[in-house]
Design a protein around this ligand. Structure first.
Ligand SMILES: Cc1cc2nc3c(=O)[nH]c(=O)nc-3n(C[C@H](O)[C@H](O)[C@H](O)COP(=O)(O)OP(=O)(O)OC[C@H]3O[C@@H](n4cnc5c(N)ncnc54)[C@H](O)[C@@H]3O)c2cc1C
Length: 382
């Protein structure tokens, strides 16, 4: 079908929403992005974008062959928590290198491309309710404004207000895991920068460089049940972070000393949505499939969704197109979400299981990376 001139509203100006807006606009749709925040300002933190996500960014002309602002990764080194002992090295995926992005830089690239493509972005536009009449979708904003569109894409994140319209109320499961995030100044010029994954009982720490190695991104995950809030802006206490990881030695101990400001995010598990669309409204990104960060794939999946969504309008009607999008994405999203959940268990093993897993990693590390080729080799542009 020809979507040129049709009105689309995309709710949420995260990675998924901006990419979807851009992809739909490239097919000629009139697109407005509704974002609740007063400004598109990301908290400083890193994001790994693997080849499956980079392919989408290239297809949308957001990055060129050598992705700008991204820091090329040369694989991951796995270490033990006590003294940072080397366990294994997992090489870059065969599909192509991963790039480390500062979230703000990636959002900025997407936003600029969307604005250059004449996508309208409305800030201070919190969507309160959505009504699907037989004629159109009516969107009501918290500030009292309403607008009518032909199709609505809900890219409003893991706490989507639109997902319950299609799936009813769902119970969120707390994973008993909390992610601490921080960036610290870093001044290295390593020829082949890598991520470091340091694993200990019930906890792990991932570090990787950003912005030409001028910053180091730190994500420290711990099992605990006394903090259950989600959000990019919830601040934590740097001293508490150091205390909670005080038995980590080696480089982790050193880099935690330099943390001044840190943020906390409680990790909840929601299933992949049963229903992604109703013929006029569709879910995208975390709104459809919130993903634990243990495969670093949530934003990459949202990018894949965006491209597949826009391409599904090759079908004859809106209903057929959104249904084709759902069919194309459901199994892929569930497969990746399950792989991330399995890693949560693998990283945090205790006692003899942990030692056994480390031996396997040492013996098979380079080959273990190949287990996930199916994730990175996925080509949403094909
Ligand atoms: C600690 C951590 C590390 C991660 N690391 C990686 C990684 O390395 N690689 C990777 O690929 N993924 C990673 N992820 C996952 C990734 O961050 C998410 O999957 C991704 O941000 C989802 O994008 P999205 O656009 O679907 O949703 P979001 O980024 O959540 O964006 C949703 C947007 O919608 C807006 N919004 C919400 N409700 C409304 C409303 N009612 N009206 C208007 N606007 C609204 C919000 O303000 C927000 O701007 C990580 C996640 C965490 C927690």
């Amino acid at each position: 079908m020809d979507i040129a001139g049709l009105k689309f509203a995309v709710v949420g100006a995260g990675v998924g929403g901006l990419a979807a807006a851009l992809a739909l606009r490239k097919r000629g749709a009139n697109v407005v992005v509704l974002e609740q925040a007063p400004a598109i300002a990301e908290i400083g933190a890193g994001l790994q974008v693997s080849e499956n996500g980079i392919k989408v960014l290239r297809a949308l002309d957001v990055v060129s062959d050598i992705p700008k602002l991204g820091q090329r990764s040369y694989g991951t080194v796995v270490r033990d928590y006590r003294n940072g002992r080397f366990i294994s090295r997992i090489p870059s995926p065969a599909a192509g290198p991963t790039y480390y992005y500062h979230r703000a830089d990636l959002i900025d690239l997407l936003q600029r491309a969307a604005l250059d493509g004449h996508v309208e972005i409305k800030l201070n536009s919190c969507v309160k309710a959505v009504e699907d009449t037989s004629e159109q979708v009516e969107v009501r904003l918290e500030n009292g404004q309403t607008l009518g569109v032909n199709c609505l894409i809900a890219a409003d994140g893991g706490r989507s207000v639109i997902r319950p319209m299609l799936n009813g109320e769902e119970i969120l499961g707390f994973t008993n895991q909390v992610a601490w995030r921080a960036t610290i100044p870093w001044d290295r010029q390593l020829k082949a920068p890598k991520a470091h994954l340091t694993i200990g009982p019930g906890r792990h720490v991932v570090t990787y460089p950003l912005r030409d190695q001028s910053l180091l991104n730190i994500v420290a995950i711990e099992e605990r049940s006394d903090w259950q809030e989600e959000g990019w802006r919830l601040q934590g206490d740097a001293n508490e972070l150091r205390d909670r990881f005080s038995d980590f030695g080696g480089k982790v101990r050193e880099v935690l000393q330099d943390v001044q400001q840190t943020y906390l995010w409680a990790l909840f598990l929601r299933p992949v949505a049963r229903k992604w669309q109703n013929g006029r409204i569709a879910l995208l990104g975390d709104a459809a499939h919130p993903t634990l960060p243990f495969m670093a794939q949530g934003a990459c999946l949202a990018l894949e969704d965006a491209l597949v969504l826009a391409r599904s309008f090759d079908h004859a009607t809106l209903e057929e197109s959104l249904s084709a999008y759902e069919r194309a994405r459901f199994a892929r999203a569930r497969h990746v979400v399950d792989a991330a959940a399995a890693n949560a268990r693998n990283f945090h093993l205790r006692g003899p299981m942990r030692l056994a897993a480390q031996m396997v990693l040492t013996a098979m590390g380079p080959r273990l990376g190949r287990r996930y080729d199916w994730i990175y080799a996925f080509d949403a542009t094909a």
